[in-house]
Design a protein. Structure first.
Lengths: 252, 487
């Protein structure tokens, strides 16, 4: 299958290893990955902060880049960016009265998948041949869970990883407190939510916490780092691309 | 057009982030709320889980409410006709002031200087107790938790369990201090506390000549009103006094008794986590020789028509006040109800309050409420009538932002930043340039590879979270280097 990588602006800039791992993984499974280099940002931050007019150029640009017959499907290593494409792009276009754009956006959304969806639903695999000999706990991000309904797909993928000691995260389905600009606008409540998430992570005695969204990992990891807990974050894609031979943590 | 009441009940003070700052630092409050919401979440999950057609029930509830909103004027007139035909009197109130005046005049006409009250959100929304007090009429709350709040001169912090922010030893103290007939040896045993309240309230029930209630539902085709409750104190008020005055929001209608059946299944499981609530009272007009011999229904708008006019906001009027969304909300659990500064706290309050008031710009403290959410979506999943609260929050954020357009003020700096980000990120070469700029952040990171302090407004992040140093190479640079494409 020919798969376009929708890298997301955040992974591109701040978490390239998650995106590289997505490429490595899909190629290992025998698929061709293309990177539409004109892509930028899906506009989720603008939409969710209430700036629908400002989101419109970003939505239009995303649709123009990804509405292409050059690949079969697009994949992003992010539940929330796929959630934005699937649940918000057409809405932003309609808000601006652009029905043609809304319909194109719906078509793009119809063949855009979050990584675990692509693997399990489209490609039909749960054992991706990964090796990752570490104790890890999994945080299901809110938009994967409740916007995309990925359910237990990430866990089904993780359970097949050789050497992985997967420990259950208590109160896993509670938000980590990130929420985009929520973390800035309501920093105090966000921090209180983060503290409870960190308490849950630490209670598992895992050496790393994983998730399908670099944004939530940046938040949880930012707190774990601040408190010098020694627990690191790792994107789901990096575990699924794992061979057990790579350095466990590249230096930034 | 009338203006919605703007005093305490819907808009009480500081914007949410400021009000929440104090709450998250209150260890006792955090403990009380964490314990209470955890308990009620588990109870709800258990009783919802045992209903095989729960999702179908939610769909029914949602569809009935959508139908009611589409036919509201017609159904309200049908209700008025039926209530009147069965001996009741219907009054229409555009806003809080009108509703309070109607109720005050009705109480005055009976000559009573005290009324007993059934727990009611509508009367809190309009500040009825304060209005009655100003007219020399004492309003006695008879719901146990509302009584606790009233005795402590406190504010409710939850729709269903208004004293959720209090634990039992705090309640013992309030009773000992404020309840004139509290027993001297009162302990914090829940049963002893309930017995003290029972004795205190029983005297009130037996002497009251007028009761004031809200309504959970009104059945349009028979003119029947309904209140569901747990304690039986509501039923005392609804049956013993001579005069009953019910204040009801105009959205509380259901077309028929068959529709009522759907909500009587949805509401108790969603609110108290019970299969059936202990007391369901229904009454239709006046029954000679049985119950109140005078019945008045006050139909309250107070901003509901404004909310109804917004196709993307009107589903907030579907709310049946179960408070399941509060109990599952991670923001509510940590900030508590008072931080919302509205009688309607939590996720539903964040969409309902600004709509009832009329969405304004950033200068209105109530306009901070649509941002009081991480958009995690737990509220939508819990809502028994499937109100898509996260989507509505985003819609209302947009309305607040749009209300500020073209004006200087609190929203201007953010708007400029958002416009700049939109310009930068809608073009790949400008975006790549911004990425190069971001990489200078590596200088801030030092040898640890972590940034611990950021300038305003990002300092709100870095007060409690590190930021990793931006990587030496972005993904698109890696791709270009390893795959030979142009970035």
């Amino acid at each position: 299958m020919r798969i376009a990588l929708f890298v997301t602006c955040l992974a591109d800039t701040m978490a390239p290893r998650a995106a590289q791992a997505t490429v490595t993984l899909l190629e290992r499974l025998g698929h061709e990955v293309v990177f539409p280099a004109a892509q930028t940002c899906c506009g989720q931050m603008h939409v969710n902060t209430g700036y629908l007019d400002e989101a419109l150029p970003l939505v239009r640009h995303h649709v123009e880049v990804f509405d292409s017959p050059d690949w079969d499907v697009a994949v992003a290593p992010s539940g929330s960016c796929v959630g934005c494409v699937r649940h918000q792009h057409a809405m932003v276009a309609r808000h601006a009265g652009d029905e043609a754009l809304a319909e194109r956006a719906e078509q793009v959304a119809g063949r855009t998948y979050e990584l675990s969806e692509l693997l399990v639903d489209v490609l039909g695999v749960t054992d991706v041949g990964a090796v990752y000999p570490h104790r890890v706990t999994y945080h299901p991000t809110c938009h994967s869970l409740r916007m995309l309904r990925v359910e237990d797909k990430p866990l089904r993928l993780l359970r097949e990883v050789r050497g992985l000691d997967l420990v259950e995260l208590p109160s896993a389905d509670v938000c980590c407190g990130f929420g985009g600009t929520f973390a800035l606008k309501n920093s105090e409540v966000s921090t209180a939510m983060l503290a409870d998430k960190m308490t849950a992570v630490l209670s598992t005695r895992a050496e790393a916490v994983t998730a399908g969204d670099s944004s939530c990992l940046l938040h949880i990891g930012g707190g774990l780092s601040r408190l010098r807990t020694g627990v690191r974050t790792v994107h789901l894609a990096e575990i699924l691309a794992g061979t057990g031979t790579e350095l466990e943590e590249a230096k930034p | 057009m009338s203006r919605t009441f703007v005093g305490m009940p819907l808009r009480a003070g500081a914007p949410f982030p400021q009000a929440a700052r104090e709450a998250v630092g209150d260890a006792q409050l955090r403990r009380n709320l964490g314990h209470a919401t955890r308990t009620i979440r588990a109870k709800r999950a258990a009783v919802v889980g045992e209903v095989p057609d729960w999702e179908a029930l939610r769909d029914s509830g949602s569809a009935i409410k959508a139908d009611v909103m589409a036919r509201l004027p017609e159904l309200l007139e049908q209700l008025e006709e039926q209530v009147t035909a069965r001996g009741g009197t219907v009054h229409w109130a555009r806003d809080a002031e009108e509703a309070n005046r109607v109720v005050t005049d009705l109480v005055r006409a009976t000559g009573a200087d005290e009324v007993v009250k059934v727990k009611s959100m509508a009367t809190q929304e309009i500040g009825l107790n304060e209005a009655l007090e100003a007219a020399g009429i004492a309003a006695v709350e008879t719901d146990l938790a509302e009584l606790i709040v009233q005795l402590a001169d406190d504010r409710p912090s939850h729709i269903l369990v208004p004293a959720i922010h209090r634990n039992r030893s705090e309640i013992r103290e309030i009773f000992a201090r404020e309840m004139p007939d509290a027993p001297a040896n009162l302990t914090d045993d829940p049963r002893r506390l309930a017995m003290a309240a029972r004795r205190h309230l029983r005297r009130k029930f037996l002497s009251a000549r007028v009761a004031v209630s809200g309504a959970n539902f009104a059945v349009a085709d028979t003119g029947t009103l309904s209140v569901v409750e747990s304690e039986g104190n509501g039923r005392m008020c609804l049956t013993l006094p001579q005069t009953l005055i019910t204040v009801m929001g105009i959205e509380k209608l259901v077309p028929t008794w068959a529709d009522l059946g759907v909500f009587l299944q949805l509401l108790p499981r969603s609110s108290t986590g019970e299969r059936m609530n202990p007391y369901t009272s229904t009454w239709t007009g006046v029954t000679p020789g049985d119950g109140p011999q005078e019945f008045h229904l006050v139909l309250l708008d107070n901003g509901r028509s404004t909310a109804l006019a917004d196709p993307q906001g009107r589903a907030a009027l579907h709310c049946i006040r179960c408070s399941a969304c509060l109990n599952v909300c991670p923001v509510y659990e940590r900030a508590g109800g008072h931080a919302y500064n509205s009688v309607y706290p939590g996720p539903i309050g964040a969409v309902l309050t600004p709509q009832l008031l009329g969405v304004a710009g950033h200068e209105d403290p109530a306009s901070s409420l649509p941002w009081a959410s991480s958009l995690c979506g737990a509220c939508y999943d819990a809502c028994p009538v499937k109100i898509d609260i996260p989507t509505m929050l985003v819609h209302l954020r947009g309305k607040v932002v749009d209300a500020d357009r073209g004006r200087l003020g609190p929203g201007a700096a953010e708007r400029t930043a958002m416009k700049a980000a939109s310009w930068t990120m809608s073009d790949p070469s400008r975006f790549a340039a911004a990425q190069r700029l971001a990489r200078t952040g590596r200088l801030l990171a030092g040898r640890r590879g972590r940034i611990g302090t950021l300038p305003w407004p990002l300092s709100a992040w870095s007060t409690s979270r590190d930021v990793p140093a931006p990587p030496a190479e972005t993904f698109r640079q890696w791709w270009a280097r390893t795959r030979g494409d142009q970035p």
